[in-house]
Ligand binder design. Structure first.
Ligand code: ADP
Length: 667
């Protein structure tokens, strides 16, 4: 490796080391684009200028060698021209002055290599090869006067051996001038030239790099910095920031304008989005408000309609039990069916509004599923008999008592069974309940309601769980209904943790099913899997207190109770009821009632306050069951009534079956 290459290598080593140190300091400039571009320029300039430098150094070295070669030929030429004599070889100093380098040895030999003249007189007459046997023969360059090409064989040797042919001859044969010339000066000159070139080119590289770095930094740094700042601001959500001075036509100018344009666009879109969000929120609020008002309106309306419906239904039931002509009986039957249908619609709407308003609290309690099925069996027996269908209740024998909301479960089953009966002309309706899995204290119960009715097409199966959707409009005319039952049932099943689904074939029938995973209740298990229609015993020879302010309700409920054999005492409000009970009198003087039916909303003293007063004054052993009668069919109310000391509640309109079941349970 020559000196120049070593120097270049050291230079790179120092640069790399410097860069590493600076990178470790994480100076922003050394991460910048300007630095990277400058580095590239440095590398390119280094390669180009180094190649150029190496070329010039070699050219100049050759030139110097060439000059020495010509200098070495001068004494021979002078001898040939007859300017100097052969004896001059005996004076090395004169020869050295002619050559320009120190001549270490000089001799003239004849064609037979016999030394004729030499600086060392003792060599004269000897053979040239003997005198210089230690110099290799090929080290001697035979100079050619017509040629300028010289190849100095060894650079590390500090001498040059030149043999110049002489024209003059002694004895008619040719002779040669041999000179051994010290080349130390030439080598030193070459070294100086190399160093000069190296220094010059290094300086050029450094200058080019420095100037280009400076220019690039000036041209790019400030714009890139503000571009980065702008992008960072945009990333943080500040869409107002822009990059100044974006008029230049170069790539950076285009980039800057692009970023500014992007920020403009983003700002515009965000503003639009915000406006849209506001509008959307306002529309959503309005829609929610409207939906809430709709639900509240529906709830209020259905609540208000229930009270007069109580009168219609009650009176219809009472008239039915009187002597009627066949024509009157038919009219009354029509009124009764219409009133029942109307009540179903009202109940559906009330349920829907409850579900929509999120007022659908669950009342988790121990439930005997078989008892629920028995109740449903009784409930549907008239319509089953009327249509000539079979209603089968299949209940697995190992069905445990479960913890769930009985009312909700019953409501779902009522909706499904009612539909099954409604859409089946002949055949059967099967309600099957089975325990699918028991894991720890939990069990999964499957409910299925299947029929052999008209069935539902695949397309319609997707729609029927939506509100107000029926298979086709003609169903409404043919079968009646509002299209709410399944929507409500689906939501209710979800509340219980299940998912209501259907499988059906047109003309073959339908099966609605859902599974619920519930806690098991300890204690009695139901083993009776046969269902029987337990007929209510309609005769109750008991004394009942009815507390009700509405005259129509008084009439309807008291008549229904009397029909069932009850002796009914009436009170117009809570205060009157307390007076009737003579709570301040001694125990044995107080009138005793088997059950009290208490309206909630009454003038003077309402049902809840009256109950609280009764409970405060009676003894636990003499506790009379108090049943709330209310048009408030909200779930939360039930807990409120029970907390106030009531034992149960009946919602208006009061049906004979419900009244009968309550009397059986509490009397
Ligand atoms: P509706 O009050 O109309 O019965 P539902 O939501 O209970 O409302 O039922 C929606 C529609 O689903 C019904 O109108 C009927 O077209 C179809 N449907 C529900 N149950 C059955 C069934 N068991 N068999 C045939 N079609 C049914």
């Amino acid at each position: 490796m020559d000196e120049f290459t070593l120097n270049v290598y050291y230079f790179f080593m120092v640069m790399t080391a410097n860069q590493k140190v600076k990178q470790r300091q994480r100076s922003p400039f050394f991460l910048s684009l300007a630095f990277k571009l400058s580095l590239s320029i440095f590398l390119i300039a280094s390669v180009l200028l180094s190649s150029l430098g190496i070329y010039y150094i070699h050219t100049f070295s050759d030139e110097i060698d060439q000059r020495l070669y010509f200098q070495a030929q001068i004494p021979g030429q002078l001898m040939n021209d007859g300017v100097v004599s052969y004896e001059i070889v005996r004076d090395l100093e004169v020869l050295s002055q002619l050559v320009g380098e120190t001549v270490l040895f000089a001799a003239i030999s004849s064609f037979d290599e016999q030394i004729l003249y030499s600086d060392d007189l003792s060599f004269e007459g000897q053979k040239f090869s003997e005198v210089h046997s230690h110099e290799k023969r090929d080290e001697w360059i035979v100079s050619d006067l017509n040629s300028q090409i010289l190849s100095i064989p060894t650079e590390d040797k500090s001498y040059l051996c030149v043999s110049t042919p002489l024209l003059f001859e002694k004895g008619g044969k040719g002779a040669s001038l041999h000179m051994k010339i010290c080349s130390a000066n030439t080598q030193a000159k070459k070294h100086r030239v190399s160093m000069g070139f190296f220094m010059g080119f290094s300086l050029c590289i450094a200058l080019i790099t420095w100037v280009s770095a400076l220019l690039l930094h000036r041209m790019t740094a400030s714009r890139l910095r503000s571009t980065v700042e702008c992008l960072k601001a945009v990333e943080k959500g500040n869409l107002k920031q822009r990059i100044p001075g974006s008029k230049s036509q170069d790539e950076l100018g285009i980039l800057v304008r692009g970023v500014n344009h992007m920020a403009d666009e983003l700002e515009r879109r965000c503003a639009e989005q915000e406006q849209l969000d506001d509008e959307l929120k306002a529309a959503k609020d309005a829609a929610e408000k409207a939906s809430l008002s709709k639900s509240e309106f529906l709830a209020n309306m259905s609540h208000e309609i229930r009270t007069p419906m109580n009168g219609v239904l009650g009176m219809t039931q009472l008239i039915k039990d009187t002597e009627l002509s066949p024509e009157q009986a038919e009219y009354i039957e029509t009124i009764s069916t219409s009133a029942d249908n109307l009540l179903k619609i009202i109940n559906n709407i009330l349920d829907l509004s409850r579900v929509e308003r999120g007022k659908f609290d669950l009342n988790m309690d121990a439930v005997d599923v078989l008892a629920v099925l028995n109740g449903l069996c009784s409930f549907f027996s008239p319509s089953i008999l009327e249509k000539g269908l079979d209603l089968k209740m299949e209940c697995s024998p190992d069905l445990p008592r479960i913890r769930t909301d009985e009312g909700t479960l019953r409501q779902i089953l009522i909706n499904l069974i009612a539909n099954a009966i409604k859409f089946t002309q002949k055949g059967q309706v099967v309600v099957a309940v089975e325990c699918l899995e028991i894991a720890g204290n939990e069990c999964t119960i499957g409910f299925r309601v299947s029929d052999t009715g008209i069935g539902i097409s695949k397309d319609a199966q997707e729609l029927i769980f939506q509100e107000f959707k029926q298979v086709d409009g003609s169903h409404t005319r043919e079968y009646g209904g509002t299209g709410l039952g399944l929507a409500i049932s689906k939501k209710m099943a979800e509340q219980l943790g299940g998912r209501l689904a259907v499988s059906s074939d047109i003309g073959k029938g339908s099966e609605f099913f859902f599974n619920i995973t519930v806690d098991m209740e300890e204690g009695r298990r139901t083993h009776d899997n046969t269902t029987s229609l337990k007929r209510a015993q309609d005769e109750f020879d008991i004394k009942v207190l009815l507390v009700e302010d509405n005259k129509l309700n008084q009439l309807v409920i008291s008549k229904l109770l009397q029909k069932m054999g009850c002796h009914v005492d009436m009170a117009e409000n809570g205060l009157e009821a307390i007076n009737r009970l003579k709570l301040s009198a001694p125990e044995d003087e107080r009138p005793r009632y088997a059950i009290i039916f208490m309206d909630i909303q009454m003038p003077v003293l309402d049902g809840l306050k009256a109950t609280a007063m009764i409970r405060a004054q009676e003894q636990e052993s003499q506790r009379t069951p108090i049943i709330a009668i209310t048009a408030h069919a909200m779930k939360g109310d039930r807990e409120k009534f029970l907390d106030e000391g009531m034992d149960g509640y009946l919602s208006k309109p009061i049906r004979r079956e419900d009244l009968c079941a309550t009397l059986k349970k509490y009397s």
